[in-house]
Design a protein around this ligand. Structure first.
Ligand SMILES: [Zn+2]
Length: 278
């Protein structure tokens, strides 16, 4: 398995990051995509990827921090070009495989909505320029985000809808465009709509990625604790049940899906593959 969305750079992991990675590896998690959400976490993600071949990175500005790029009328700030240039430079470093997490978040509304739209637009253009796929963060804003992406144009390398929580229309939008759905701890919750929605939308094992979003969103039975990548097995087991496939098949299939979207696998897996071929 690969944890396709994790934030190992967070303070929650400073004291025991190596142990967290060790427990994940012992549980069958062979690689990690550490996702950036602001300039500092994007730099930290690149640094983590540079120091450990099991870790890949993404760089981007989260909708919460869209105010770093645009004002409340959606006009780009004078400092925006320099920030976008830094993202471009970071994206050229080893192990960086995506732009994200980017999108719209109308649940928290931590940046004005026009600023969020502008930040999303310019980073979709960045992903297109860099020929990278996108990691979307969408909360309470599916119709608005998907309409904006269609208007600006989905980058050719496509995208994953991280921590997917949309409806049938949103799931079909993703499938129609060859995008993947990132599924994490919430699929294990009793209140989740995903166990009904995913089969109804025709979602198969070929359409999903496994993720933790650690340190947040722990699966059952770890709710209320810090999430970590070792708990990905709980999400994999539940999602396999929902999709009607053996858990081991879902594990290998989602790893293949990861390679298909991001164009590479974390280093240790590449070595395993090469050995298998010989
Ligand atoms: Zn995240």
């Amino acid at each position: 398995m690969i944890d396709s969305h994790v934030h190992l750079n967070r303070d929650e992991f400073t004291a025991d990051r190596d142990a967290v990675i060790g427990r994940a590896v012992a549980a069958g998690v062979e690689g990690f995509l550490n996702v950036g959400y602001d300039p500092e976490s994007s730099r930290a993600s690149v640094e983590l990827a540079g120091g450990d071949s099991r870790i890949l990175a993404s760089v981007g500005i989260h909708p919460h921090d869209a105010s770093l790029l645009a004002d409340s009328d959606g006009r780009l700030l004078p400092g925006a070009p320099a920030l976008l240039d830094e993202l471009r430079e970071l994206a050229s470093r080893p192990g960086v495989v995506a732009v994200g997490e980017i999108g719209l978040d109308f649940y928290r509304d931590l940046s004005p909505r026009p600023a969020q739209s502008t930040a999303l637009t310019v980073q979709l253009e960045l992903a297109r320029d860099l020929d990278l796929p996108v990691i979307f963060h969408i909360r309470d804003a599916y119709p608005e985000t998907l309409a904006l992406v269609d208007a600006v144009g989905l980058p050719p390398r496509r995208a994953v809808l991280h921590s997917f929580a949309g409806d049938l229309t949103a799931a079909r939008w993703a499938l129609d465009r060859g995008c993947l759905l990132g599924i994490g701890g919430p699929v294990t919750y009793k209140s989740s709509h995903l166990p009904d929605l995913l089969p109804a939308a025709g979602v198969t094992a070929g359409d999903v990625l496994l993720e933790t979003d650690a340190p947040w969103l722990p699966p059952v039975p770890f709710r209320g604790k810090r999430n970590e990548s070792a708990y990905l097995t709980n999400t994999c087991d539940r999602l396999a049940q929902v999709l009607g496939v053996p858990s081991s098949d879902l594990a290998s299939r989602t790893t293949a899906n990861f390679g298909g979207l991001f164009g590479t696998l974390p280093g240790a897996l590449d070595e395993v593959d090469a050995t298998t071929l010989e």
